[in-house]
Design a protein. Structure first.
Length: 620
């Protein structure tokens, strides 16, 4: 009887505990991270009697946690990827809001308005109202881009702040997991099943996985080890503290306890690092590329001249070349400003002598000199060719080329004078370095229009065939001399220009013979020229070797233009009062020859041509 009561008592107690487990499950049905538990029942060892064994009731052998370790591992991996993608998605939405596309105040809308203003201005460039409107539109565009840049930079700063906050949270979770490791190992050593502690640890690990991807290794004693891309993060009893640091390029990186860089894969921390170091810098780069491209295009357009009323007697460069770098190539990285406001060439103003692959290529710069008395504009092309001379393209090379006709890889065309005739170049000292200064002489003006002349390499020589040989008496090494007609076509002057200032120095002057051909000595040179008519201002150039000798032994100038070469193209819209009938012809003829662009008030031979247009109407 007593044994029967004991069996019944074991059943009551065992099922009471099983019901408590069930109640515990029901109570935690909505608890985050809770895993269902189950009471494992088994019959105790039976009692041996005669004639056989008698059962002794029922016992609870274990209370097991119902959890699939493989499924838990997959969930943590999913948490890491969801955390990364969610972070990237949310922040990309913020970037979209910054740009405000589409919208009336968005960058695309403002850019379209800017180009519409340019188009209106191109149709009526004389309109002061359109000029003012275009300037205001430019201000709006630059303000919009500047605000975008500020907001993008703010987002990047916020990302860094959020990254530090989430890293602090990850460190706290790692410490919590390490503390739970200790408790779980103690319970396991005592033979218990610390189910609730395991649930809490799993919940902490899943939250940690949402922040950063970690790889777990479960130990036989119940503890777990966690590493982030090979760097131990959670040990048996303690956790490593990760911290935020900066790489040499300014990007953010995660550092382990010993200061070694840690690459985080997965989780919101990985997404923040990706956004801060890759995505937003790419947006900044695209903005910079846009602004630089527009600035270069605007600079290119502005560089080709002045307004219809303004005549510039000279130009001074905006950028400053550091004093120790005047011999460095102008597009060298050494000339980039080291900080905002520092000497150097901003990207939008740096000349480009290389293509997209970094290969050095030839470039041209047009420099025009306008004589306001005659109205004649002479076009010069300053050509850079890496295969010419030393191939250099420094500020010093540029100054020398403008003054003498060649320097480094630069050469001035046409080679009819020592450098750009009528313009001198020099370095002017300023705070932190030098600026380039161009100055036009004798009341002339200078601009950079590419549209004045379609034959920049043609010489202006119109007299007889002249040849020059010999060596300069005062050796003018590696320079260029100029041979020019002056004194109403009666004299031939030979000179050269200082490479640093452009100042002209006369080598000698001889009279042009009145009859026959003759050879005349001028300052160590032999000049052979025939008698004939020579026009003031005609000139040609001769390059000299390092020893001062005429390059190639001699140089010959021949007349390359005759009256029959002149052609004219008429285009446009007639705005007079005459009514035209397309069925009847009209014609044009030159009544008096002259120099196109010259003023009627200019002295002979710079008189302008006179052209007569005739329209035939009715009976021929």
């Amino acid at each position: 009887m007593v044994d029967s009561l004991l069996v019944a008592m074991s059943a009551l107690q065992t099922h009471k505990h099983a019901m408590e487990v069930t109640s515990h499950n029901i109570a935690n049905a909505t608890t985050p991270g809770y895993s269902r538990q189950r009471a494992e029942l088994s019959a105790p060892q039976p009692e041996d009697t005669t004639p056989g064994q008698i059962g002794r009731g029922v016992n609870i052998t274990a209370i097991r946690r119902i959890a699939d370790q493989l499924l838990s591992d997959r969930l943590r991996q999913t948490d890491s990827e969801v955390g990364r993608l969610t972070t990237v998605k949310d922040n990309l939405k913020e970037i979209e809001q910054v740009f405000g596309e589409p919208g009336t105040s968005s960058l695309s809308s403002i850019t379209n308005s800017l180009f519409a203003a340019f188009e209106d201005l191109s149709n009526n460039p004389e309109s002061a109202a359109l000029r003012s409107a275009t300037v205001e539109q430019l201000k709006t565009w630059t303000s919009t881009v500047s605000n975008l840049a500020v907001n993008v930079e703010r987002l990047n700063t916020d990302l860094g702040t959020e990254l530090g906050s989430q890293l602090t949270k990850a460190n706290a979770l790692a410490s919590d997991v390490a503390a739970l490791n200790q408790q779980i190992r103690t319970q396991v050593a005592q033979g218990n099943s610390p189910n609730d502690l395991l649930d809490r640890r799993e919940q902490q690990l899943r939250e940690l996985s949402g922040l950063m991807g970690v790889r777990l290794r479960v130990q036989p004693d119940g503890g777990v080890l966690a590493d982030a891309n090979g760097n131990l993060f959670i040990g048996q009893d303690s956790a490593t503290t990760f911290r935020l640091g900066s790489a040499p390029d300014g990007s953010l990186q995660i550092l382990s306890g010993n200061g070694a860089p840690v690459t985080i894969t997965g989780g919101s921390i990985s997404g923040l690092v990706e956004l801060h170091n890759i995505d937003l810098p790419a947006v900044r780069t695209q903005l910079n590329t846009l602004v630089t491209t527009v600035a270069r295009a605007m600079n290119a357009e502005h560089s080709v001249g002045t307004s219809q009323a303004f005549r510039a007697s000279g130009f001074t460069s905006e950028v400053v070349i550091p004093k120790l770098l005047t011999t460095a190539n102008l597009d060298s990285a050494s000339l980039a400003p080291i900080s905002v406001g520092a000497p150097g060439l901003p990207a939008a103003y740096a000349p480009s002598f290389t293509d997209s692959n970094g290969t050095v290529i030839a470039r041209n710069l047009t420099i025009n000199v306008l004589d306001p008395v005659t109205g004649v504009a002479v076009k010069h092309s300053l050509r850079y060719d890496p295969a010419v001379g030393t191939g250099g393209r420094s500020l010093d090379d540029l100054v020398t080329a403008i003054n003498t006709g060649r320097g480094g890889g630069f050469t001035v065309y046409p080679p009819d004078a020592g450098g750009v005739n009528g313009v001198s170049a020099r370095r002017v000292s300023t705070d932190g370095g030098y600026r380039l200064e161009l100055t036009a002489a004798n009341g002339k003006s200078v601009d950079f229009s590419e549209a004045l002349d379609t034959r920049p390499s043609a010489t202006a020589w119109s007299g007889g065939t002249v040849s020059v040989t010999g060596t300069a008496a005062p050796a003018i090494s590696a320079s260029r001399i100029s041979i020019a007609v002056q004194a109403n076509g009666t004299q031939l002057a030979v000179s050269y220009r200082d490479p640093n200032t452009g100042a002209a120095t006369a080598i000698g002057t001889v009279a042009i013979p009145g009859a026959g051909s003759s050879t005349i000595a001028v300052g160590g040179f032999s000049v052979t020229l025939p008698a004939g008519t020579y026009r003031d201002g005609d000139r040609f150039g001769a390059d000299l070797t390092a020893g001062g000798a005429v390059s190639g032994g001699s140089v010959t100038a021949t007349a390359t233009w005759v009256a029959s070469d002149a052609t004219v193209t008429i285009k446009g819209r007639y705005t007079g009062t005459q009514t035209f009938n397309p069925a009847f012809p009209w014609s044009m003829r030159v009544i008096a020859s002259g120099v196109i662009g010259a003023k009627a008030s200019a002295p002979i031979p710079n008189n302008p041509p006179v052209v007569q247009f005739t329209y035939y109407d009715g009976d021929p």
